[in-house]
Design a protein around this ligand. Structure first.
Ligand SMILES: [Ca+2]
Ligand SMILES: [Ca+2]
Ligand SMILES: [Ca+2]
Length: 286
């Protein structure tokens, strides 16, 4: 009688542990940039920022910034991640061959496509992420005001055979992203401040993602959220006039390892204690 109870108890514990592990493995993960991830508020010169996943159920993301000229074949150059509490991350670039340094004042301190096109590169370590949301915390017009402010983005994932390092030579040129291992997942128009923008509805995954200010030079628009080119206004996808800060990104992450969570381990431990006690009682009664 008691050995049957023990088996039932063990089976229940296994099912409970599996269901607990299963729910955590497919939980939605969020990487929030509003706290700066260690950066000082207002700092414009961060080469790299590492941001933990909000619920600690996926690996941290390493964020770097890049800029590229809007001419075919141009190469990307490293830029700086700026942190602005509580609006998130912007991008600023230093002087390079043929161009001068960008102003760190509003609105050029944002992630923008005025002059050079800027982007954030996200490296999720060994976690494979189905990126499905991008939220901005701020957007501005070309004068730094809010009237007519726009935020159109292009999102890429890395699909190359070897993971890219953060060196310049591994970043594709504007005209050859696919050849460099970067796939344009989609262009998304008119992001709203404080509202999560759904991206990547076909659930593509990668450990490396790019969030860029929109640039039609990246290639034909793809995805489900395209708008018509609208050079005279801000509605729909349109080159230029995009100035924004990235507040957070969200996605479904495959955990780096399959190590059970502490809660599951404690549950299993308690179960084993109960199982042993139950068996001992059973042995005594024989
Ligand atoms: Ca900028
Ligand atoms: Ca727009
Ligand atoms: Ca635009």
């Amino acid at each position: 009688m008691k050995s049957i109870r023990s088996r039932q108890l063990a089976q229940s514990l296994v099912l409970l542990a599996l269901s607990t592990l299963g729910s955590s493995a497919f939980a939605l993960s969020t990487w929030n940039f509003s706290g700066g991830c260690g950066a000082v508020n207002g700092s414009t010169n961060n080469a790299t920022l590492t941001c933990a996943e909000s619920s600690a159920n996926a690996s941290a993301v390493t964020v770097t910034a890049w800029s590229v000229a809007t001419t075919a074949g141009a190469n990307y150059a490293a830029a700086s991640v700026g942190y602005y509490n509580p609006n998130g991350f912007g991008v600023t670039y230093s002087a390079g061959t043929g161009y001068s340094a960008e102003s760190t004042s509003n609105p050029q301190h944002t992630l923008d496509n005025s002059g050079r096109t800027e982007l954030l590169m996200l490296n999720f370590g060994s976690s494979s992420v189905d990126l499905n949301g991008v939220k901005i915390g701020y957007k501005a017009n070309s004068s730094g005001g809010s009237t007519g402010a726009d935020a159109d983005i292009s999102v890429f994932r890395f699909t190359g055979a070897a993971l890219p390092s953060l060196s310049l030579s591994t970043i594709a040129s504007l005209a050859a992203n696919s050849a460099g291992g970067w796939e344009l997942v989609g262009n998304y128009a008119d992001l709203v401040t404080g509202t999560n923008k759904t991206v990547n509805t076909t659930d593509k995954t990668s450990s490396w993602w790019l969030i860029s200010a929109y640039n039609s030079g990246y290639g034909a628009a793809t995805g489900t959220d395209q708008g018509a080119a609208n050079s005279g206004g801000v509605t729909g996808l349109q080159n230029g006039n995009d100035y924004f800060k990235v507040l957070s990104v969200a996605g479904n992450a495959t955990p780096k390892t399959n190590v059970p969570e502490p809660g599951s381990m404690a549950l299993l431990g308690l179960g084993l204690v109960g199982l042993v006690a139950s068996r001992r009682r059973g042995q005594k009664s024989v």
